[in-house]
Ligand binder design. Structure first.
Ligand code: T4K
Length: 370
């Protein structure tokens, strides 16, 4: 084991020499942004890769969430999960609506479909679930509720790159899905994101809002912002797409080592199953009573030994100062999420972490369990 710390993730990068021809094309064309050739190519390539109708590229998933909520015309209340990264609820507030937190399903820590129905009021306009860690939500039950109550569904699919569910892309669920291509994700463009939508009219609306709200360059029916992806990020994305299949396989091999070595350690539970989510985005475990240390103690044990894990997701969004006063943020309303936030820890997983390091992490955890 070297003295260098091991982080929860490290970004996958393509060989630098493969990127040079892409950069040369940008330098020659001098089209740096505003829907240049790489931008168009990358949108089409992603649509084909995911087998979805429409893709709109973004500068990051936070802006993409905000724009998709605006494009969906959300008002009043949006039902969401507190067990996520703050960007999920921040986007609701920035879109001018109020998040209503409901508890999660103890089996997978995704939003509980049953709890959604109970939280609907005349002010509810949409549901914003998260495929947490890349594990699909109960999309059928959520769609059924949305249809019966006339609500929009925008999925935060930031973790769900390449995930399939019952034979098709999970990104086909709901009205829109939002992906993150941040450096810490399975697939990265340094910073970046995308909105998947069902039809050209919606994509056009999204593309207008992300381009200041301008239509045909001179009209502006609604106020928009600048959420455009640059040619640099789009070119990198096109190249990354050639490598992501191998990266996901490598992550799955890491998950298989964890599964093998930790599967029967007392007190560890696996919210995405022992093999983790299908795309290897994260390797989350829950540290419960039967384990020899608390989650926080295990976090420190790992840290002392150079392993920098992450407590995704602690604190709950609803416990953040900006959200605490929201009536739905009352912890008694969210007991399962509250418990998960005190138990969850994500172990290092990325394409080029070596087997020895993963086994070393497993040894530390196994020793801590006693
Ligand atoms: N919705 C959900 C459900 C999300 O999880 C996120 C983001 C979003 C929406 C919004 O997506 P974007 O707007 O970002 O596209 C990270 C990320 O900043 C954030 O993108 C992510 N979720 C969240 C779950 O995690 P931190 O503060 O934990 O990341 P950080 O910088 O500590 O990175 C973790 C480790 O990764 C580092 O210890 C080292 C390694 N790393 C990180 C970066 C950025 C590298 O090796 N190289 C790098 O460039 O928040």
């Amino acid at each position: 084991m070297s003295n260098n710390n091991i982080f929860v993730t490290r970004p996958s990068l393509p060989p630098l020499d493969e990127f040079i021809p892409y950069l040369s094309r940008i330098w020659e064309a001098k089209q740096l942004s505003n829907g240049g050739p790489f931008h168009r190519e990358f949108e089409l390539a992603l649509a084909e890769y995911f087998d979805v109708e429409q893709v709109s590229l973004f500068t990051n998933a936070t802006i993409a969430l905000l724009v998709s909520l605006q494009a969906a015309g959300v008002t009043g209340e949006v039902i969401t999960t507190p067990f996520s990264f703050v960007a999920t609820s921040n986007a609701i507030v920035l879109a001018g609506a109020e998040p209503v937190f409901v508890d999660v399903d103890p089996r997978n820590l995704n939003i509980s479909a049953e709890q959604i129905e109970a939280a609907i009021t005349p002010r509810t306009s949409a549901i914003l679930p998260v495929h947490c860690y890349g594990n699909p939500c109960d999309v059928k039950a959520i769609e059924d509720i949305a249809k019966r109550h006339g609500l929009k569904i925008i999925y935060d699919a930031a973790h769900a790159f390449g995930v399939r569910h019952e034979g098709s892309s999970i990104l086909k669920a709901g009205d829109m899905s939002v992906l993150s291509f941040h450096a810490t994700k399975v697939f990265n463009t340094f910073e970046g994101g995308a909105v998947i939508s069902r039809d050209l009219a919606t994509k056009t609306r999204i593309d207008e809002v992300k381009n200041f709200g301008l239509v045909d360059g001179i009209q502006m029916p609604t106020v928009g912002l600048n959420g455009k992806m640059s040619e640099f990020n789009a070119a990198l994305g096109l190249l990354q797409l050639k490598h992501v299949g191998n990266d996901i396989k490598a992550r799955q091999r890491v998950a298989a080592i964890y599964a093998d070595r930790l599967g029967s350690v007392p007190g560890i539970k696996f919210p995405c199953g022992v093999n983790g989510p299908a795309n290897g985005a994260y390797y989350p475990i829950l540290i419960t009573d039967g384990f020899g240390q608390t989650r926080d103690e295990l976090f420190e044990t790992l840290k002392t030994n150079g392993i920098i894990s992450r407590k995704y997701f602690f604190p709950l969004i609803s416990d953040m100062e900006a959200f605490r006063a929201n009536p739905s943020a009352d912890p008694t309303n969210l007991p399962i999420a509250k418990r998960a936030a005190s138990q969850a820890i994500c172990l290092p997983i990325y394409a080029d972490i070596d087997r020895k390091t993963v086994e070393y992490i497993c040894d530390l955890i196994t020793a801590a369990a006693k």
